[in-house]
Design a protein around this ligand. Structure first.
Ligand code: HMG
Length: 386
């Protein structure tokens, strides 16, 4: 039985900042941000958006009425949870108008958990091939104003339908996961921003990628030229380059050059929105499929990484007409509007976060289909805009 990714859709906020402008404000060389880190723009999150609204918006783009009938489970992968107890998947299930006979849970392991969600979904579909599972990777990456991590923030959600009739990517059986107790990035319960040992985290990431790749090769006998492209978790685009180059080691062969070109195609959207945490690898896959040289029958490699730390390398085969089953990311990115650095800083400091007070947000101007209206008696109030 083929099981895999049937449809994919992406959502981000309506606003962004230009990172050259941020660099100038922070007294840094703009080239450090655009070349050294490899980011051009960054999503700005208005207080009326969070992982629930972003996740619901992405999912709404891909679910037809017929899809809704077959859904057994909604899995939301996130590390930007809005509640320590209740799953964000329940709010999203409600906003999407899904049947009450649906399972809804939230998964956490830093940026990695969407991959766990996909693997778990594969098992659920194998047990009941008539059913499908909706996996939503939704996050807001926050490091804090004027921190080294600031340039690697971002926000957005990728929704994926997992089914036994996968129109995008049929997943192959071999998958390698690798876990170690590492303190490279974490967020204590009392913090709204991540703590990070930045340079160390990039070294752990590369090490985990090489460990997973080597084990995958031993298990399958496959070489680089068995792949049309490798895709990576992209906390910032340079990170993917560091991982790929650690594998290629100055290799100038045709295969190596092809991998470099495909990597550039997979990085295009990340350059525009920044780190999506759980969704970054999957936005990279969408970027490859919409900007790279790929054809049905091609094998794609996926490297997922979450700090703490866990890595997984797995692969899938592209399906005929895969391009019809992806939302139009280029259009979404082109329709956003730029805000000033002062406006971004104001929005950054206006998130509901850990504030327990009742708040009514100015939500009328937010054009998103789902909005967070505020908080009353410690409950978040969401609404679909008609
Ligand atoms: P930094 O110290 O500001 O930057 O932090 P730097 O001084 O290392 O410079 C960055 C690069 O820019 C360097 O290139 C410089 O040479 C270059 P590299 O040596 O790395 O190839 N550079 C320039 N290039 C061109 N023109 C110039 C120029 N100046 C310098 N003028 C750091 C960078 C990434 C550490 C920081 O932004 C950070 O801490 N980010 C957050 C952590 C992160 O993203 N880690 C990635 C791996 S961990 C991961 O992926 C998991 C994660 O997504 C979380 C999760 O799992 O939940 C983060």
């Amino acid at each position: 039985m083929k099981i895999g990714i049937d449809k994919m859709a992406f959502a981000t906020t309506d606003e962004y900042i230009d990172l050259r402008e941020l660099a100038r404000k922070r007294g840094d060389e703009p080239d450090k941000y655009t070349i050294g880190i490899g980011q051009d723009r960054q999503a700005v999150v208005p207080p009326t958006q969070d992982i629930v609204t972003l996740g619901a918006t992405a999912a709404k783009k891909l679910l037809s009425q017929d899809d809704k009938k077959h859904l057994s489970t909604v899995i939301v992968a996130t590390e930007s949870g809005i509640d320590n107890s209740k799953a964000s998947a329940i709010y999203i299930k409600h906003l999407l108008g899904l049947d009450d006979f649906t399972r809804a849970v939230e998964l956490k392991e830093a940026c990695y958990s969407a991959t766990a969600g996909i693997q778990f979904a594969k098992g659920l579909v194998a047990m009941n091939p008539q059913s499908t599972v909706l996996v939503i990777a939704a996050d807001i990456a926050r490091y804090g104003l004027k921190t080294p991590g600031e340039v690697t923030q971002g926000a957005g959600a990728v929704a994926m339908l997992i089914s036994a009739v996968p129109h995008i990517l049929a997943l192959e059986d071999t998958t390698v996961s690798y876990t170690k107790d590492v303190m490279d990035f974490w967020r204590p319960l009392y913090a709204t921003e991540a703590h990070v040992d930045g340079k160390y985290s990039t070294n752990v990431y590369v090490d985990f990628f090489l460990q997973c790749w080597q084990r995958y090769q031993q298990m399958t006998g496959r070489q680089l030229d068995d792949f049309a492209a490798l895709t990576f978790h992209l906390p910032f685009t340079k990170m993917g380059k560091k991982a790929l180059e650690a594998l290629l080691k100055d290799n100038q062969s045709l295969v190596a050059d092809k991998m470099r070109e495909q990597l550039t195609a997979s990085q295009k959207y990340c350059r525009e929105v920044g780190n999506l945490y759980t969704g970054s690898l999957y936005l990279g896959v969408m970027s490859l499929l919409q900007n790279g040289q790929v054809n049905p029958g091609d094998r794609i490699g996926l490297f997922s990484y979450g700090s703490g730390a866990e890595g997984e390398f797995y692969s899938g085969i592209l399906q005929p007409h895969f391009e019809k089953y992806l939302s139009d990311v280029k259009d979404d990115l082109a329709n956003r509007h730029q805000v000033s650095i002062a406006e971004y800083e104001k929005q950054f400091n206006s998130q509901l976060g850990m504030n327990p007070d009742d708040v009514e947000l100015d939500w009328q101007s937010d054009p998103a289909p789902f909005i967070l209206k505020g908080q009353k008696e410690h409950k978040r109030i969401y609404q679909e805009k008609k």
